[in-house]
Design a binder for this molecule. Structure first.
Ligand code: PMV
Length: 311
């Protein structure tokens, strides 16, 4: 294998509360991917990562401890775990996943690079090991991540995720069609996670019930998804979005896109991921309605829409 990749993801239910031990549901978006191509290089030239999208050329040196770039750190971590020397190779990374928008771009590029390094040294790595590596990278750059992004991206399966627990795949009774709408505003998850933490510490009596309520929604959503009850998911998405507003992680643009999707006939809509920008998702009862919702989102200011099917 000289080509490695990993998908984007969306969180359907439970973002932010998942950091506090509540369950969350996330699914891969396989149409958007980070890809890493391995090309052999001249003997003695060492390992280099070229990330054309961000105009970066990154040498990977084992004896460095710099954490200036997540991709170089990922490659180094993989080599150390495999007890391998940097191969003479170039890893060219490209990605169709928008950055800083709640689609898991950071975890996906880390996973693609990690897989490419394994391919370059011809040592396969199990998903569980890869997941642990990508989680370490997420921690280094994103503060206190729950681990949901790396898990859904590495395993590329719908997951019912509880922090620190073995992964549970999600049973999907009836295929679901979501429209992803991008506000075009980049937002750093580290900042929103930090703000929710401050809110929680200032007023745990008010915030804990909100987190608990989100957990209840996620458990109900899991049952509705397993039972193929798409209609029941709409009100659950609305309720989840309202709680995320209480946690201060929505934004006027996200609220506007959510409303536009509902007006266009979506069953439900909510922000997805870290919030304050990035993406929202809308669910339609029938795939034939997806384009109308996507068009309405564009009219309401979304810079990009993606229709994705789950199950
Ligand atoms: O990476 P994002 O923006 O999709 O957000 C991840 C979800 C959070 O719950 C906000 C943070 C986390 O670590 O779970």
């Amino acid at each position: 294998m000289n080509q490695a990749s990993a998908p984007a993801k969306i969180i359907l239910f439970g973002e932010h509360a998942v950091v506090y031990g509540q369950p969350a549901i996330a699914v891969p978006v396989s149409a958007l991917r980070a890809s890493a191509q391995v090309t052999p290089a001249a003997a003695g030239s060492g390992l280099r990562i070229e990330a054309a999208d961000v105009d970066a050329v990154l040498p990977v040196e084992l004896d460095s401890d710099a954490i200036d770039n997540a991709l170089a750190v990922t490659a180094r971590m993989v080599l150390r775990q495999l007890d391998a020397k940097p191969p003479d190779a170039i890893i060219r990374l490209t990605s169709t996943i928008p950055m800083a928008s709640g689609l898991g771009s950071g975890a996906a590029v880390s996973a693609a690079v990690a897989r490419a390094v394994c391919a370059a040294v011809d040592q396969p790595v199990a998903d569980a090991q890869l997941n642990a590596i990508v989680y370490e990278i997420e921690k280094m750059y994103h503060g206190t991540p729950s681990g949901i992004d790396n898990t859904v991206i590495v395993y590329e399966q719908p997951v019912y995720f509880v922090r620190g627990k073995p992964i549970k795949t999600l049973h999907i009774g009836q295929p679901l069609t979501f429209i992803i709408g991008d506000t075009g505003q980049s937002a750093l998850t580290k900042i929103t996670v930090g703000d929710v933490r401050r809110l929680y510490e200032q007023d745990p009596e008010r915030i804990q019930p909100v987190l608990d309520a989100i957990g209840t929604i996620v458990r109900q959503a899991r049952q509705a998804i397993a039972g193929g009850d798409t209609a029941a998911l709409g009100p659950l998405m609305q309720a989840n979005h309202a709680h995320l507003r209480t946690l201060t992680v929505s934004s006027p643009q996200l609220d506007q896109l959510v409303q536009a999707a509902l007006d266009a006939g979506a069953v439900g809509a909510k922000l997805s991921g870290g919030g304050r920008g990035g993406n929202m998702i809308a669910l339609v009862a029938d795939p034939s309605q997806a384009q109308a919702v996507a068009d309405a989102l564009r009219q309401a200011g979304a810079v990009r829409t993606i229709i994705t099917h789950v199950g």
